[in-house]
Write a protein that binds this ligand. Structure first.
Ligand code: AMP
Ligand code: ZN
Length: 481
């Protein structure tokens, strides 16, 4: 596949250190609160990427951390520890908070058909690994002790800014509004590898280390976990675009300095989901979670569909109206698939030709909206229904929209509704919604019993929901307008 690489600012053919095998790493969530649907946009797109690589035939080994320590309110080592903030908010221990929100994260992922990575490792499980790397960095002269903490010395690197040609002053921590400068740092972008002195005395989790009792900085956990499970040569590193600086920049700095050779050549960054008023937030405005989508009657997979319709390298604006449109399109697509008969012989040649088209088009920098377009093309293919279903099933191994599963459920519902109603001598045909079938049947029965007031009442009620009824010889049929 061809993939844009943030490290080279170019689209290039994806390659791996070991042929046929992908060592992939994803920055996991900070489990101090529920994930918002912006966070989940990143995980959806990374999930599609992993599945696409598998679809191409790669053996993918994917690792993800769970940040349960060390992530401060600002990515640049300032502010309160996010986990501690979560624990205080809910009057629970840090570990209780971590467990609860880790489970909540994977429950959300399951609803969005996001596969769990092969390795999921909480940061607090790998303290020895970080101590080993930090010690190595001190020995090699890349790190220094100051004011009780261990810092990485960014001036030791010939090229620190990997992803952008940043103006150093723009990014300098000390010049950010409201952020106190850490006077221990020799250079503005130096970052903490190990804290022993923190601004908050009540840091819950602490470990013994050669530099005193303390806890790791946020960046070191991803290097430590990746080196432990992916090995010294990582092929592909993923995260949201906000992670590029300083988090990924610092990961590269410490990993390559420690290893003494290049570490990860390909970097995949998902751009942000924003609201119409700007940045997505967990603390102000509407906190957009998967549960909220469900409460409002949306299928989480309609949100996945919404994400797939746009490119991961463009920021995306979320609004309820946009989601409503995506849900409408997704349901309509399911109804079209439900109308396909599973009987008949699959034409494997046609399936293969479509699969090649998918590989080529989606393989152009993970063009998921083209993948969605190809679903509609498959429905229009010069082929029988069984072949169309086989094509859709194949594409859905990457897109993961539960297309056949949901369409089959819809078919079963339609069949059930028809038999049930036919028993009373009245047949209702519709678009596969048992509740609406039942109402339409009640109206037909009322009409038969000459209770026209009740029949009209039901017709009006359904009209309000956008349902149009047509009387037929056998009973009635309905459709959404
Ligand atoms: P966090 O839980 O804050 O560590 O973030 C988890 C992931 O979500 C990281 O990869 C972030 O880069 C990503 N992320 C944060 N905000 C957004 C957003 N609005 N849209 C897309 N991804 C985001
Ligand atoms: Zn990370």
């Amino acid at each position: 596949m061809y993939l844009y690489n943030s490290a080279t600012h170019k689209k290039a053919e994806f390659t791996t250190h070991t042929p046929g095998r992908v060592e992939m790493y994803t920055c996991g969530p900070t489990v101090y609160h529920f994930a918002h649907i912006g966070n989940l946009r990143s995980y959806i797109m990374e999930d599609v990427l992993e599945k696409f690589l598998r679809y191409e035939g790669y053996d993918v080994h994917r690792v993800m951390n769970i940040t349960d320590v060390g992530h401060l309110a600002s990515d640049a080592d300032t502010g309160e520890d996010k986990m501690l903030k979560g624990a205080k908010r809910e009057h629970k221990s840090v570990m209780e908070i971590a467990r609860f929100y880790t489970d909540a994260f994977f429950a959300d992922c399951a609803k969005l058909n996001i596969k769990t990575p092969d390795v999921v490792e909480p940061a607090t499980n790998c303290i020895d690994e970080y101590i080993k790397i930090v010690s190595g960095l001190i020995d090699k002269g890349y790190a220094y002790l100051a004011g009780g903490n261990v810092y990485f010395d960014t001036s030791k690197l010939p090229r620190y800014y990997i992803f952008n040609d940043h103006d150093e002053e723009d990014l300098a921590v000390g010049v950010r509004e409201g952020v106190e400068e850490d006077t221990n740092k020799r250079n503005k972008n130096d970052f903490v590898l190990w804290f022993t002195k923190s601004k908050f005395e009540d840091q819950a989790l602490k470990w013994d280390s050669p530099w005193g009792v303390g806890y790791p900085g946020w960046h070191i956990e991803c290097s430590g976990i990746s080196l432990k499970y992916n090995g010294e040569y990582l092929d592909l590193h993923c995260g949201g675009i906000d992670n590029a600086f300083p988090h990924h920049t610092n990961e590269i700095a410490q990993s390559e300095s420690y290893l003494g050779h290049p570490w990860c050549p390909q970097w995949f960054h998902v751009h942000h989901l924003n609201t119409t008023s700007g940045k997505m937030s967990k603390s102000s405005g509407e906190f957009l979670t998967v549960s909220l989508l469900e409460e409002k009657g949306y299928d989480p997979l309609a949100y996945r569909f919404f994400c797939l319709q746009s490119h991961y390298r463009k920021s995306l604006v979320f609004s309820w109206e946009n989601l409503t449109n995506a849900q409408g399109a997704y349901q309509k697509l399911l109804r079209r698939i439900a109308a396909l008969s599973p009987e008949g012989e699959v034409d494997e040649e046609t399936v293969k030709a479509y699969k090649e088209k998918f590989l080529q088009q989606v393989g152009n920098d993970l063009n998921t909206s083209m993948g969605v377009t190809l679903l509609y093309d498959a429905l229009k293919a010069q082929a029988n229904d069984a072949t169309k279903r086989a094509i859709l099933e194949s594409f859905d191994r990457v897109l993961s929209l539960s297309l056949l599963e949901k369409a089959d459920a819809l078919r079963a519902e339609q069949a059930k509704a028809q038999t049930a109603t036919a028993d009373g001598g009245i047949t209702i045909t519709g678009e596969g919604d048992a509740e609406i079938d039942a109402l339409v049947l009640r109206r037909a029965q009322a009409k038969k019993a000459k209770d026209f007031a009740e029949a009209d009442r039901i017709r009006d009620e359904l009209k309000q929901q956008g349902i149009e009824i047509t009387d037929t010889k056998e009973g009635a049929s309905w459709r959404r307008v």
